[in-house]
Structures are given as C-alpha cells and as structure tokens.
Write a protein that binds this ligand. Structure first.
Ligand code: FDA
Length: 390
C-alpha cells in the first residue's frame, strides 16, 4: 500500500548503487529482483564441495581509473589489490594474453628484447589496406582490423579462431568495432588490465552489494518479476535496469540479440591447481597434442583469485551460446537500429529512467555501471547540474 520514493528494478550494481544513493538522501526505495539472489551478474557464492568462492555468471575482476568509483566501492567492504593475468593455450603453450613480447617470442621462437624491436616486428606483420587509387584506407570489418593490427600469423593463431568461437561468425562478417580494441603490448606487461586501480572484494561481490542495500530505507524483494507486480506497487520514480526490449514487450518488435555463455562445473579432488592461471583462454579449435576438438573459449579456476585454500579445486568451462542469460550485445546494424527505436520509446516514458547494461544494450564494466548509476542520481537530484533537461 505504501508509496516508495523510488522503485528500482534489478539488484545488480546499477540498481544497488541507485538504491544506496537515494537511501543516503533519506528516500525510500523498493528493489525488485526477479532472480532468487541479489547482485545481478556479479553474484558470487561459496562452492559447497570445495569451499572456494566462485561466481555464478563468470569471472569478475574489478578495475577502474575512476577515483570516484574507487572511493565509492571502498565504503562497502575491504578490497585486496589484485592484478589479473590471463594465459592463452596456443600451439600447446601457455602464453600471456593480451599479446606482448613474451607471447610473440614463445609462439614464433624469437628473441625480441625491447619495445623498439617489438614495434619493428609488428610493423612487418601488419597488413595495410588500400583503395583502388592506392591510398591507405580504414579497415572495413573485424578481420581487416585484426590483420592491420597484428598481421596474419597472430590473427590465424589467436584472433580468428577465438572470434569464431565467441560469436559463431567470421570476423569478416563482424563490424570493425568488435576487434577494434585488440590490445597488443610492445613490452612485457603481462597484466590483463592496465587501469590504475585493480582489486577484488575480500568477502566477494555479493557481500559488497549486500552492504550497499543494507539500510532501513531499502526494501529488497527477490524472486519477483517487476512486470508481474507493477500494477500493485506505488512509486514516485522508477529506475529500470532490466532489458530495454522486455520493458516494451507489448510493441511486438523483435528482440535485441545477445550472446550468452554456458558454464560447465568440474571438480578435481586433492589437487592444488588444475591450470597455471585463474583464467586460461582457449582460442584454437583443436588441442595441439591430441587433435581433439576444443569447443570452449575459457576455463576459470577461482582458487587462484586471492589465493584461496582448499584440498580440492573447482573450475568452470565456458562455452559461447545463443541461448541463456543475456551477456554480450550482438553488434550488428540490425540490433543497433532496433535499439535506437527502443531508445526513442524510452525517452518518452515519463517517470522512468533506464539504467545499466541491459537497459542501455551496452557492455558495461562494473566500474562503468557504478559510475553511470552515480551520474544518473547526480542528474536526477540536481547534485551536479550536468544535464539540465532531465
Ligand atoms: P546486471 O545484469 O548485473 O543486473 C540487472 C538485474 O536486473 C539482474 O539481477 C536481473 O535479474 C534484474 N532484472 C532484469 N529484469 C528484471 C525484471 N523484469 N524484474 C526484476 N528484476 C529484473 N565487469 C568488470 O568490470 N570486470 C569483469 O571481469 C567482468 N566480467 C564479466 C563477465 C561476464 C561473463 C559478464 C557477462 C559480465 C562481466 N562484467 C565484468 C560486467 C558486469 O557483470 C556488469 O558491469 C554488471 O553486472 C552490470 O550491472 P547491472 O546492474 O547494470 O546489470
């Protein structure tokens, strides 16, 4: 019966940040979550059999350059500095990902020593594209982008097969933006991210989000789909962090496409580690030694994160799929066009704010999701006069 100042659909980082911020401003919030748990895709829990903390929706590494976000997340728990390193299994060898000097030396049996030599090597590999007049032209699709950036050898060993597995499409059929930011390092930096701040929450993400929502002004209901209860709740403002197309479901327009992941859990008893790093990417289609098909993209072994201890280890084999939870927006013209139409509708929807990765049909890192949510509250409360029209 009660009227809430704010109703918030979704208890992921976006929804939880908004709820926390309004509670701090002494406003009441109702957070409605359709899953049986809070935390959105950051949700983690302790695996019963091994007592190792694992994530239900894939590995989550926190990294940011934003002072504001870094300060903000520290209000809700302890963080331990952690620099993520990823290895790729390529031609039977474990090599650093992103590609750096050590990757190239290992794969091509070279002895590149410094940035200058690496730049020289890369320049020789890189393919230049020219138009019919012989002028250098921009790469038109993801295959060309990759060839221009790393050349045909690294492309065939790593980027071509990995992209095929990940998107089930040839890179030549994907827009240039998909592979446009392939990081290649001309040094020996083996870190996956280069942000100033990189850390993991000591007690896990669920605990951080739990603490964000811990206020007498915030009511959280799980196992509740907003669309089933929307006629029964009263709110002055609505913040919607679910999929934008689901909100406009009644329009009969097509669904926005997502690529998803499946996770196959496996346990090894009385084993220190299954693999040499927390995350090992498997770009190639076949195993170098056995020739057997490798249909997965990555294997994540959570025990490596914050050096967790257990007599056993648990790992998750990831495969890219079309069915399942919405994870990665499929970047093509059709979806972009469709999203624009939804966005138009969203603009006209009074009293409703569309926030977060699903409502924006955009891949957000955690820090981007938090910053975006903080800025939405800035705007809506006039805390910073950024966008006077809202
Ligand atoms: P999120 O999806 O988390 O939350 C939305 C919530 O809304 C969900 O809980 C959903 O159930 C709920 N909901 C939807 N519809 C509803 C309805 N009708 N009624 C009620 N509730 C509804 N980022 C990063 O910085 N480092 C990393 O390493 C990773 N790793 C990573 C791996 C994988 C596999 C993915 C898919 C994503 C990442 N991310 C990441 C990104 C990170 O997951 C992302 O930034 C946050 O989850 C975004 O939080 P949101 O709250 O926007 O969405």
């Amino acid at each position: 019966d009660r009227t809430y100042d704010n109703c918030i659909v979704g208890s992921g980082l976006s929804g939880s940040t908004i709820a926390q911020q309004y509670a701090a401003l002494n406003q009441t919030c109702l957070v409605i979550e359709k899953r049986s748990h809070i935390g959105g895709n950051c949700y983690d829990y302790i695996d019963d059999e091994t007592t190792i903390r694992v994530s239900l929706y894939g590995a989550h590494l926190f990294h940011t350059n934003s002072e504001r976000v870094w300060e903000y997340v520290h209000r809700f728990g302890e963080w331990v500095n952690y620099e993520h390193r990823v290895l790729g299994k390529v031609e039977g060898k474990y090599v650093p990902i992103p590609v750096n000097i050590d990757t190239v030396n290992a794969l091509f049996d070279l002895n590149i020593q410094n940035e200058e030599e690496m730049n020289e090597w890369l320049a020789k590999e890189q393919v230049k594209f020219s138009d019919s007049n012989g002028n250098v032209r921009e790469a038109q699709n993801s295959e060309e982008v990759a060839l221009a950036r790393v050349g045909p050898r690294l492309y065939e060993l790593i980027f071509h097969p990995y992209t095929l597995k990940q998107w089930d499409k040839e890179p030549s059929d994907l827009g240039p933006e998909v592979l446009s930011r392939i990081p290649v390092r001309n040094n020996r930096d083996g870190r996956y991210f280069s942000d100033n701040y990189q850390a993991l929450p000591k007690e896990g993400y669920t605990s951080i989000i739990q603490n964000m929502l811990d206020s007498p002004l915030i009511t959280v209901v799980t196992d509740t789909d907003y669309f089933r209860v929307k006629d029964r709740i009263r709110c002055r403002r609505l913040y919607y962090t679910g999929p934008i197309d689901a909100y406009f479901n009644h329009l009969g327009w097509p669904k926005l496409e997502y690529r998803s992941l499946s996770f196959e859990r496996a346990v090894q008893h009385n084993t220190q580690y299954f693999q040499p790093a927390a995350v090992v990417n498997h770009p190639q289609r076949r195993d170098h030694e056995s020739g057997q098909e490798v249909d997965y993209t990555r294997i994540v072994e959570y025990k490596h994160f914050l050096n967790q201890t257990s007599d056993h280890t648990v790992y998750f084999i990831e495969r890219s799929t079309d069915e399942g939870e919405p994870y990665y927006p499929v970047p093509n013209a059709k979806n972009k066009e469709l999203y624009k139409r939804y966005q138009e509708m969203a603009r006209k929807e009074e009293g409703v704010r569309f926030v977060g990765r699903l409502a924006n049909y955009k891949y957000f890192n955690m820090d981007e999701a938090i910053l975006n949510a903080l800025e939405v509250v800035d705007e809506d409360t006039g805390r910073i006069e950024k966008d006077v029209n809202r």
